[in-house]
Write a protein that binds this ligand. Structure first.
Ligand code: FAD
Ligand code: UDP
Length: 402
């Protein structure tokens, strides 16, 4: 699927004030801000055939179901600036994210809450009793400042729950020893000593009412923003390439992988990618929930996504074909060159390498590096929008003489 702006290929670098590499949320936010605040003429290129980056979705022809092409995307934030900003371009449904997990043939609610704890221990603990139990089961980890995912996980939920729900899932997802992964990955998930099984702890959440792509198209409606799709920044046969733009001192916002920008001269940063396998069922509802995680090592996928269940309002209105459902199962692995880089692995060695690239990036004239790939960060959509709004004010506006 392409955007209506895909026919802007005739635009030349000399016609524009700012070039953005990557039509993901970072690039789109910068483009929107540059037009709104500086009246700039902005050209966005993306190597893919659509805008939206990893948050892109499309409507499945057979069933009408909205499919998130690069894995399930749920919007959530506690940042008022971001929430106000995104609401200018889309309305949100009242969707509240809830996830379940299967462990040894039994289904439990996530994130770990009193329901999970009592089901796992076949008990009826009160919040106070459960807290005392977890502290006891955290043992020596209870009082230490955790330096990695393993120690943080055990500290949060104790050894038995960690082994059941985190250890193998994390192993499948990251293929890296949890003691080499940052503690922050697991701190994303709340742990609750009540029965609240809302997955996120943010103030606001929801899904874009008319789908992700309609939201993103609204951000770049202004005719001063043009887009070329299927264009690679490193392809010297097209005019918006790295070397030509550098020679022109053209302001550039780059949201591709930071190591790629420097031709991997210092080495390659490690990424994880995900393969999706689709299965269609002649059923109204296959899982009874949008996301089913698989905690055990003997199931090769980490989780299954049933897209239909993200939008019950569309099932109700008849927009989705009854009696059919689409499920994607996620298989995680290390990315090789040519794979989509999805999650920065972020071991200590990666962090050191990234610091070296970040220093080079900071010294690159007329170029701002941003987004998940450009700064090698595990950002959610709201983080990307927030950092883009700040980068616009602090770095891009001065490049545009504002
Ligand atoms: P991207 O969306 O990656 O966009 C970068 C763009 O740059 C891409 O379109 C790419 O094609 C383009 N590009 C790269 N190199 C070049 C080149 N050489 N030339 C031209 N173009 C180039 N966030 C949430 O808030 N909630 C979620 O539930 C959630 N789930 C996720 C699930 C998965 C599986 C993944 C991978 C991410 C998830 N995220 C989620 C994070 C979210 O996808 C990102 O925060 C956000 O999309 C990043 O935006 P970005 O603009 O930084 O990067
Ligand atoms: N996690 C886990 N078991 C689960 C769900 C999550 O061990 O059932 C861990 C895993 O390490 C994962 C992290 O918690 O990377 C954050 O989970 P989240 O759902 O936020 O991951 P994402 O959606 O970013 O893949």
């Amino acid at each position: 699927m392409t955007t209506e702006k895909s026919s802007d290929a005739q635009v030349k670098p000399e016609d524009v004030d700012l070039v953005i590499v990557g039509a993901g949320l970072f690039g789109l936010t910068i483009a929107q801000q540059a037009v709104e605040h500086a009246g700039a003429r902005v050209h966005i290129i993306d190597v893919r055939q659509h805008i939206g980056g990893n948050a892109y979705s499309y409507f499945d022809e057979e069933t009408g179901i909205e499919i998130h092409k690069y894995g399930a995307h749920l919007f959530h934030t506690s940042n008022k600036r971001v929430w106000d900003y995104v609401n200018r371009f889309t309305q949100f449904t009242d969707y509240v994210h809830r996830v379940y997990t299967t462990h040894e043939g039994e289904v439990y609610p996530l994130p770990i809450n009193l329901g999970t704890i009592n089901q796992f221990f076949r008990a009826s603990y009160t919040p106070t009793q459960a807290k005392a139990l977890i502290e006891e089961q955290a043992g020596r980890y209870a009082d230490v400042e955790p330096q990695n995912l393993n120690d943080q996980g055990i500290k949060l939920i104790g050894q038995p729950l960690y082994e059941a729900f985190i250890k193998n899932y994390t192993g499948k997802q990251w293929q890296t020893d949890p003691s080499e992964l940052p503690a922050s990955i697991i701190r994303r998930l709340p742990v609750r000593f009540n029965y609240n099984n809302r997955y996120f702890k943010d103030t606001w959440e929801g899904l874009p009412k008319d789908g992700y792509t309609a939201w993103f198209e609204n951000m770049i409606k202004d005719p001063r923003i043009t887009v070329s799709l299927g264009v690679d920044f490193f392809d010297e046969s097209q005019p918006f390439n790295r070397n030509v733009l550098a020679a022109m001192s053209k302001p550039v916002v780059y949201t591709g992988p930071v190591d790629r920008y420097f031709d991997y001269e210092l080495g390659e940063l490690k990424w994880r990618t995900v393969d999706f396998k689709e299965k269609r069922y002649d059923e109204d509802d296959h899982y009874g929930c949008p996301v089913m995680n698989y905690a055990d090592a003997d199931v090769p996928y980490t989780r299954a996504i049933e897209f239909k269940n993200f939008n019950p309002e569309r099932v109700k209105s008849g927009a989705y074909k009854p009696g059919r459902t689409v499920v994607w199962r996620e298989y995680s692995r290390f990315a090789e060159r040519g794979d989509e880089p999805y999650y920065p692995v972020n071991t200590d060695a990666d962090k050191t390498l990234y610091e070296q690239y970040a220093a080079r990036a900071a010294a690159t004239p007329n170029t701002v590096f941003g987004g998940r790939l450009g700064t090698y960060k595990y950002y959610d959509m709201h983080n990307v929008i927030d950092t883009a709004l700040t980068a616009y004010e602090q770095q891009v506006a001065p490049m545009l003489g504002k």
